[in-house]
Design a protein around this ligand. Structure first.
Ligand code: CTP
Ligand code: MG
Length: 382
């Protein structure tokens, strides 16, 4: 029996406000990616066979689809959660599905195992948590206590036989149910349940978001990488630094565009991620890299690091050049690098060589860069 894991990320996040919450960055990665990474771990652990990601629109599928691992099916959702689920079920080919809110980033494997253990392939199973708080109802008659005995909070993932649930959704005329369990029960079906998990809470309001940010921080590890480069300054070559062409009598000599600054930053990023250096990944002997715009290499290095779960937290650069004076170009260079590294993630310092050979006599430019990369601990530990 095959199981699909569906990440529902097509909502508007109206209660939290701002951009749809699933696209907010939590610990450096989009909220929806937390669930996707969990799903990938489930595939690796052979608990799940297929992943479907439901995004808000065909445009978002076009934009995000190419950045996804090849085995993830991306589809556009609908105006309500039930319609988003229907699209996912249509796209899947598995017998059972685990339907999970992208707004619940801290799903653990143990909960998924509990659900799968109770699954017969034909029943539905959902996670429930006993309500622990004293409850009140507020209405026109004022505040009255509500007995919490027998009340449970519903979570996701919710497990269903795919074809049976799809049948209900294809025939439904009302798509406003809060979750699929509601639709399932309304049609006279039986439901099994397992114990949910406290930390599998849903990010709905501002307080949830703040709590998620704190939890994500505890799960983050950082590593620092060092990069260095030097190129000779010669006449008749453009001077490219951080992807910006700086007017200069002399330019840097080299096989690519000789952008020493971008090379140092790329090596720092690759080193922090524990990946091979640029000389190994993009060798000068390979004709494909002749005269290449080095910002392309940096983009590739950042994306390779991203594939291993690393995101750039901070990059610090020191560059030594006697001529030309580079401070007037600093803002443009920083902006150019930010277009790859992310806004507000780089500091660049220019030093003159004080006449000391060879940078101080305009014969070369030296660059040192350090990159701090962070990764969510959760990806590597379970
Ligand atoms: N969802 C979806 N398609 C919809 C509505 C919701 O895929 N048409 C997803 C959300 O992206 C979220 C999950 O269902 O991951 C749980 O829904 P909820 O917390 O209500 O998210 P939103 O609908 O986005 O938020 P709000 O109700 O505050 O607008
Ligand atoms: Mg909603």
């Amino acid at each position: 029996m095959k199981t699909a894991f569906v990440v529902l990320a097509a909502g508007k996040g109206e209660r939290l406000g701002g951009q749809p919450k699933q696209f907010r960055l939590l610990g450096g990665k989009a909220l929806w990616r937390w669930s996707l990474d969990r799903a990938r771990a489930l595939v690796t652990g052979k608990l799940v066979d297929e992943i479907v990601l439901v995004l808000p629109s065909p445009d978002s599928v076009k934009e995000i689809g190419p950045t996804l691992p090849k085995d993830v099916i991306a589809v556009a959702g609908g105006a309500t959660r039930a319609l988003s689920v229907r699209e996912a079920l249509r796209a899947s080919s598995c017998e059972t599905v685990l339907l999970h809110d992208a707004a619940r980033p801290f799903l653990d494997t143990a909960l998924c195992k509990r659900l799968l253990n109770v699954s017969s392939g034909e029943n539905a199973v959902i996670p429930l948590l006993p309500e622990a708080n004293a409850l009140k109802r507020i209405d026109e008659s004022g505040v009255t206590p509500v007995d919490r005995d027998g009340l449970f909070i519903t979570q996701t993932p919710q497990l269903f036989p795919r074809v049976a649930l799809l049948g209900l959704l294809e025939q439904a005329s009302d798509f406003t149910c809060k979750d699929e369990a509601e639709l399932w029960l309304r049609n006279g079906n039986k439901l099994d349940w397992v114990l949910g998990a406290q930390k599998n809470f849903k990010v709905t309001e501002r307080g949830d978001w703040e709590m998620a940010c704190e939890l994500a921080q505890n799960k983050t590890i950082c590593r620092c990488g060092l990069g260095y480069d030097v190129h000779p300054l010669v006449p008749g070559r453009p001077l490219v630094l951080g992807g910006v062409v700086v007017p200069s009598r002399l330019g840097l000599d080299g096989h690519s565009d000789a952008d020493a600054l971008t090379h140092a930053v790329s090596d720092a990023v690759l080193s922090a991620a524990g990946l091979p250096d640029i000389g190994t990944l993009y060798p000068a002997s390979d004709e494909r890299y002749k005269s290449i715009y080095s910002m392309k290499l940096l983009t590739d290095a950042v994306s390779r690091a991203g594939e291993c779960g690393w995101f750039v937290e901070w990059v610090s650069v020191v560059l030594t050049a006697q001529t030309p004076r580079l401070n007037p170009w600093k803002e443009e260079i920083v902006r150019s690098l930010e277009s790859v590294l992310g806004e507000g993630r780089i500091s660049v310092t220019f030093k003159s060589g004080e006449g000391v050979e060879p940078a101080g006599t305009s014969r070369a430019i030296f660059v040192w860069a350090s990159a701090t990369l962070c990764r969510n601990r959760v990806i590597v530990t379970d």
